[in-house]
Design a protein around this ligand. Structure first.
Ligand SMILES: [Zn+2]
Length: 147
């Protein structure tokens, strides 16, 4: 969860900022799609799952999701996370293609790629704001990830 705020005053201020948020999303959406599509393909070499569409979204409280129709949805802001966390979100949603729940079997699938997944999950929970240019450890600004 992130951008979690409760007060009305804050909600009003947020709505005035909405155009800036939309512009940022518009600017990075296709870049995010390229990176995320490449990372899904990379990690799916391990799993060989079949999936439907990959949708890039601008959500406030969700990093990613997987639908019953096997479509994968990702928040464009994951490209601004440190690479390992972005990849963890990708793997997490990929593994929902096997199990649409958080069962032991699901986590066993995640652990094939990220034995340290609990650490990543905890780290993600602590992130309440993603800087527009990413965290210092984020490498997604470089092209190497697309290689
Ligand atoms: Zn999940």
């Amino acid at each position: 969860m992130w951008f979690v705020r409760g007060k009305k005053k804050v909600a009003r201020r947020q709505s005035r900022r909405a155009p800036a948020r939309d512009a940022h999303y518009a600017e990075y959406k296709e870049h995010a799609r390229e990176i995320i599509t490449a990372r899904v393909a990379y990690w799916n070499q391990t799993y060989q799952f079949s999936y439907g569409r990959i949708a890039i979204k601008n959500q406030r409280r969700c990093w990613g999701s997987c639908s019953e129709k096997q479509n994968l949805n990702f928040n464009y802001k994951i490209i601004f996370l440190p690479e390992a966390l972005m990849d963890y979100v990708v793997v997490h949603e990929l593994c929902h293609l096997a199990e649409l729940n958080h069962s032991k079997h699901f986590w066993a699938e995640v652990a094939k790629s990220f034995p340290e997944y609990k650490e990543h999950a905890r780290h993600l929970e602590r992130i309440t704001h993603v800087p527009a240019r990413g965290f210092p450890s984020s490498v997604v600004a470089t092209q190497e990830i697309l290689a």
